[in-house]
Ligand binder design. Structure first.
Ligand code: ADP
Ligand code: MG
Length: 882
């Protein structure tokens, strides 16, 4: 393993050396000279005689120097190595705290020189803002524009941000903007450029964890309530085993042959599985509602509404609804008003979204375990980058308890011991309930702690708490994902401390409720000195007096301004800035002293409380400790009753549970146990991988259709003159409708001609008899001609009334028809996928069946778009309302 890592380093040693030689030279440039580098490199890039290796080396060196000037940080060689890997379009696996944020700056700069836009994507807006701010300070030295997209922005600002050289964004905003752009009616309202190069931070979280569910833009539709009611009635008549089978494990219903016949008869339809009538969906949902969903168990009824009860926590899930018509089916069963269904207007999976990039790269602390998935789906390799300093964290063997109760007891006791020692401890939990359970136990032991869980969705506060989790006496309970992207500094983070204490002071001086701050008494003692007290009291808070109703955000903003020296120039601000600087200096000294103490205590201790569904998430938690060569340790406390054991452990575990005769509060260490635990975890990983793979394979089909449709749509959106396109559509319609003409009997021939003439809005009586007598090829040219004449007439008519209107109408009808038909198509594709699951195909691969039928549906869709547009345009009139 180590050899492979070192080989990577060796392979790029020469390049790194060249970069550093350039950097030494550039270090001597003055600011103006440094700024000129961007223009120079852009020119070099265009010149054919300069080799791209030299440009890479010089560009990286330039960025390295800009980083040094802006932050006083000199990049380590391993960081430069990471940057090279990113630039090559791979995933760089670099541990937490290795400084990935700065690593991304180098490839971002080099690729920005191509002027096609670079995207840096993170998991939440807090991180995007934080990193964009840092990048802004750095790139000010290089004349590179930094953009940032945040949720509250309108499309005008978004467009500006996407047009910057480098844009920071979250994965979800990126995806929604993409979908919205492809629904825009006016080209001015689209915000994104083509996808060129992306660096995805915390890449496993985005491309793997979040890739399980697609992004969906939905709208409310009108619906058919009677169908829900009728299906409910039918479900009550159908008998289990006779008409349908129940699959408990998969929570599924399968109709028997007899059941299918019964349904078709009762509903008076020919084929229950016809894609154009949706009955089957209603029937299956009604049966699910009958067999699997019970009042006061899966749901309760409150204010005449069906409200979901969470199956793991027993909590009421406010405002959530089961999807795909299931919720409505339950409403029908309970005789309650049926609420409207959401219709998918546009959707895409992250897999396909990110595959749109010409070049994709990513970084994270944990990717190696998922290497094959990255490889197969995204064609991304995972390259491990050595740490700057050797990692000396000790990962201790698991302790397994017989029951959950004793496990938590042991964890609480461990926290108690650690607290007595003052050793900072971080406890990772898998859900809210467990974290609150532990919190209660710690309350009983009278140990102060910080609790982070999914309840407060406040990334800022999360980051604040996590950044202080390395202080002495800190006990932090956190769900695994909380505070991702923030690293834990032993002894505390001086900048965060300074800001926090100033905020605390300002709040205690203002008209607030009692100040709330996440520091316990010991911390207050540790992190306050006479000098700091004195300094803080010097802060001028006259800005508070301007209004009586100062909000917390206002204080935060003020402190940020002061800390970053970007405030309106005046004496007070100037003075507060000086005080801030002095407080920061004090805290830096204090935190460094504290760090020494924490190190003698052995650094941060990470406790895992359950094996997660993937090893990667466990590694993520362990990786919180032992950053940059710090000491640290980790340990997992498990029990035989943990979900992973229960659901995926199988027989072996149960047998073990019964045969191991030891007392309850002694942990078990057994090789068989560890083995079956690891295999259970692999099983779960495999299970979720399959789900994602399946989603991906099915979505690939829609994806190629989506690409075809979106690119046609974009062409239309961008063009100003689409008469030719309309005429072509008309000709296509004629061709398609004439396709069977020669082989048809005379009766059908007649019908075909009538249909075409009607479509083109041509007087049928006038031509029909003539036409039936002539040859097929002549008919075609005649109709082509009529199409043009008919269209010219329509155009002239409209042109006289309102010049220019026809061009607008063409575009409008086209886009409108594309969107509407696509949405209907999406719905049909959804149904199709469900049907494929319900039908059995013997030896046949359902995916192939799906692909075939999907293809037919797509052809039908394209045909109906064309026909509808022609039909509408040939009949457009101007009605002027007075
Ligand atoms: P990661 O994303 O890899 O977990 P961050 O980018 O958040 O790490 O960086 C962690 C900390 O390390 C930051 O405070 C950053 O300023 C600091 N840092 C990054 N590179 C260096 C360096 N070369 N020397 C010293 N400190 C660095
Ligand atoms: Mg990071």
């Amino acid at each position: 393993m180590l050899n492979i890592i070192n080989n990577t380093l060796n392979k790029y040693k020469k390049v790194i050396k060249t970069i550093n030689i350039y950097a030494e030279k550039i270090e001597k440039y003055n600011d103006a000279q440094l700024k000129k580098q961007t223009q120079k490199l852009k020119k070099n890039l265009k010149a054919s005689n300069i080799n791209s290796h030299d440009i890479l080396a010089e560009a990286f060196a330039t960025a390295k120097e800009a980083i040094r000037r802006a932050t006083d940080i000199t990049l380590f060689d391993v960081q430069i190595l990471g940057a090279i890997i990113l630039n090559n379009g791979h995933i760089a696996e670099m541990k937490t705290g290795e400084g990935k944020t700065l690593v991304a700056i180098l490839p971002a700069y080099l690729n920005a020189l191509h002027e096609k836009g670079v995207h840096i994507l993170t998991v939440n807006t807090y991180l995007a803002k934080r990193d964009a701010k840092l990048a802004q300070n750095i790139f000010n030295f290089l004349d590179i524009k930094i953009g940032l997209v945040t949720p509250e922005m309108d499309y005008i600002s978004r467009k500006i941000q996407y047009n910057c050289d480098i844009t920071y964004n979250t994965n979800s905003e990126l995806g929604f903007d993409y979908l919205r752009d492809n629904m825009a009616i006016d080209i001015d309202q689209t915000v994104q450029r083509n996808f060129y190069f992306a660096i995805v931070d915390e890449v496993d979280s985005i491309l793997i964890d979040e890739a399980r569910t697609p992004l969906i833009i939905s709208g409310v539709t009108k619906q058919n309530n009677t169908k829900y009611k009728a299906a409910d009635k039918l479900a009550n008549i159908l008998e289990s085993f006779k008409h349908y089978e129940i699959d408990e494990k998969g929570k599924n219903i399968i109709l028997t042959e007899e059941g299918i016949v019964k349904c078709e008869k009762s509903l008076n339809i020919v084929n229950l599985y016809n894609i154009n009538n949706e009955w089957i969906k209603y029937i299956i949902n009604a049966l699910k509602a009958k067999e699997f969903f019970f009042k006061d168990r899966e749901y309760i009824i409150r204010n005449s509404e069906v409200t979901i009860v969470d199956e793991f926590t027993g909590r009421i899930m406010e405002g959530r609804r089961w999807s795909e018509g299931l919720h409505q089916a339950i409403e029908a069963k309970e005789n309650l008003p049926i609420q409207s269904e959401n219709k998918t207007l546009a959707s895409i999976t992250y897999q396909n979204l990110f595959l749109l990039y010409e070049k994709l790269s990513g970084m994270t602390g944990t990717a190696k375990t998922e290497e094959s998935e990255f490889n197969k789906i995204y064609q991304l390799s995972v390259i491990e980058i050595p740490t700057n300093k050797k990692c000396i964290r000790k990962d201790l063997p698991d302790l397994v308890y017989k029951s959950e109760y004793y496990k938590w007891q042991a964890i609480a006791n461990e926290c108690f011991d650690m607290y007595q020692m003052g050793k900072p401890t971080l406890i990772g939990t898998t859900n809210i309930d467990k974290s609150e359970l532990l919190a209660k136990m710690l309350d009983n032991l009278q140990i102060p702690y910080n609790l982070l869980n999914a309840k407060q969705e406040n990334a800022t506060r999360e980051a604040e708490i996590i950044s202080q989790a390395g202080q002495r006496y800190s006990i932090t309970i956190s769900t695994n994902m909380a505070g991702r992207g923030t690293d834990i500094i032993l002894g505390g983070n001086p900048i965060a401390m300074a800001k926090m204490m100033i905020k605390h002071y300002i709040k205690s001086m203002g008209k607030f409720h009692k100040a709330k701050i996440n520091l316990n008494n010991i911390h207050k003692k540790l992190y306050k000195s006479e000098k700091i007290n004195y300094l803080i009291n010097q802060i001028d808070i006259s800005f508070l007096k301007e209004d009586n109703n100062t909000s917390e955000t206002k204080i935060d903003t003020y402190i940020e301004q002061i800390a970053n020296k970007n405030y309106p120039l005046n004496k007070i601000n100037e003075k507060n800035f000086q005080i801030y600087q002095n407080i920061l200096k004090e805290y830096t000294i204090l935190c460094n002293k504290e760090k020494e103490k924490v190190i003698t205590l052995g650094g941060l201790y990470v406790i895992g409380t359950e094996r997660h569904e993937s090893r990667r998430i466990d590694n993520q938690l362990k990786g919180r400790s032992g950053r940059q060569g710090d000491p640290g340790k980790s340990r997992f406390f498990l029990s035989l009753q943990d979900n992973l054991f229960r659901i995926f452990g199988g027989e072996q575990i149960t047998v073990l549970m019964n045969t191991l005769k030891i007392d309850d509060n002694t942990p078990i260490e057994s090789i068989i146990l560890t083995k079956s635990l690891n295999s259970a975890q692999r099983k779960v990983e495999g299970y979720f991988y399959d789900i994602r793979k399946q989603l991906f394979e099915y979505d690939e089909v829609i994806n190629s259709q989506r690409q075809a449709l979106y690119s046609e749509r974009k062409k239309i959106l961008r063009s100003i003159f689409i008469r030719d396109c309309i005429i072509e559509y008309g000709e296509n319609c004629i061709d398609e409708m004439l396709f069977f003409y020669t082989s048809a009997d005379s009766d059908t021939k007649y019908k075909i001609l009538v249909r075409i003439l009607k479509l083109l809005n041509i007087n049928t009586k006038l031509y029909i008899n003539e036409l039936t007598k002539i040859e097929a090829t002549l008919i075609k040219s005649f109709l082509y001609e009529q199409l043009r004449i008919s269209y010219d007439l329509r155009e002239n008519y409209l042109e006289q009334l309102r010049p220019g209107l026809i061009r607008k109408l063409e575009k409008y009808y086209l886009l409108q028809q594309i969107d509407q038909t696509w949405q209907d198509h999406l719905e049909k594709m959804n149904l199709l996928k469900e049907y494929i699951g319900w039908r059995s195909y013997g030896q046949q691969d359902p995916l192939i069946e799906y692909k075939n039928e999907a293809f037919n549906l797509f052809i039908n869709m394209v045909t109906s778009i064309r026909q509808n547009v022609i039909y509408l345009l040939m009949r457009s009139r101007l009605i002027i309302n007075i």
